[in-house]
Write a protein that binds this ligand. Structure first.
Ligand SMILES: [Zn+2]
Length: 295
């Protein structure tokens, strides 16, 4: 994961430009949910602004696993507008034993909860996400460490919940790259202890970001990033000049831009190459072997 910077007024402007009147219609629906105390409607309108999030998130990347899906016209079919805080009843996420052993405990979800019905149409409650991350894994889970604020109206003011999951849009949550970085193809917590480490561990487990069996193709895509980067980093380190240097740098810049798939992995590998060349070489060789074995 990486962060996508945007201030609320700018996000609202993008939405209004994409679909004039949408924010007003959304506000009217939210006002109705507030009166009835639940999310309930026959048809939803958040898909109308899906493209705004796709553009914002590196032109079609999944907010959570950083896979790059098809561009706007056809990509809409393989991306969901994911509600970060569930609009309907929140389900208790079963903490896996390994995370329990790491001292992670989630707040019990109120059994009679109606979900975050006032956030069904909040622009800072959306992210574009691939179907495995949204439909198969995220669902209606929202594990937190703090106190549930199910009638909250603005995610910016809901830090008291201490969510385990990281919201990557805007600047009000932690930057994902401050919490999770990669060693080779494997995501790792940055912090050695504390809540930041717990968040990283939960996100990695929740979205199966390090699951080489169930998300083999995700891991393979990261391996391809490293295979592409390593020779270019070598050329630069070995003193390439002229066109060769320009080409190598352009490839590195492209793979580490926020529009690239697996930006966090790519940036982490560049840092590793610069700080520990021997380890970067070892990983490159492992990754080459992994790709040939999984082809
Ligand atoms: Zn995904």
């Amino acid at each position: 994961m990486i962060r996508y910077h945007i201030a609320y007024p700018d996000l609202a402007n993008l939405i209004e430009t994409e679909k004039p009147g949408w924010l007003q219609r959304a506000a009217e629906r939210t006002e109705r949910f507030g009166r009835t105390g639940r999310y309930d409607e026959s048809s939803a309108i958040w898909s109308e602004v899906k493209a705004v999030y796709m553009r914002l998130q590196g032109a079609g990347k999944c907010a959570f696993c950083e896979r790059k899906l098809e561009s706007e016209t056809f990509g809409k079919g393989e991306q969901d507008v994911e509600h970060f805080r569930p609009k309907g009843k929140v389900k208790q996420w079963p903490i896996p034993p390994a995370l329990n052993q790491a001292g992670i405990q989630a707040t019990k979800v109120p059994s009679d909860n109606k979900g975050y019905f006032l956030l069904a149409y909040h622009p800072f409650n959306y992210a574009a996400s691939c179907k495995p991350c949204n439909s198969s894994l995220k669902g209606n889970y929202f594990p937190i460490k703090g106190r549930y604020d199910l009638t909250g109206k603005d995610p910016i003011d809901m830090a008291v919940e201490e969510p385990f999951l990281i919201y990557p849009i805007g600047d009000f949550d932690a930057a994902p790259e401050d919490l999770i970085r990669f060693h080779g193809v494997s995501p790792q917590p940055v912090a050695r202890a504390g809540f930041q480490r717990q968040r990283a561990l939960v996100v990695i487990d929740f979205f199966k970001l390090d699951d080489a069996i169930q998300r083999k193709n995700l891991i393979r895509e990261r391996a391809l990033v490293i295979v592409a980067l390593f020779p270019q980093l070598q050329k630069i380190a070995n003193g390439a000049s002229g066109q060769e240097l320009n080409d190598a740098q352009a490839i590195v810049d492209g793979f580490t831009s926020e529009k690239a798939p697996h930006t966090n992995c790519a940036r982490s590998f560049v840092r590793l190459f610069q700080s520990d060349h021997a380890e970067a070489s070892r990983i490159f060789n492992l990754v080459v072997a992994f790709i040939s074995s999984s082809s």
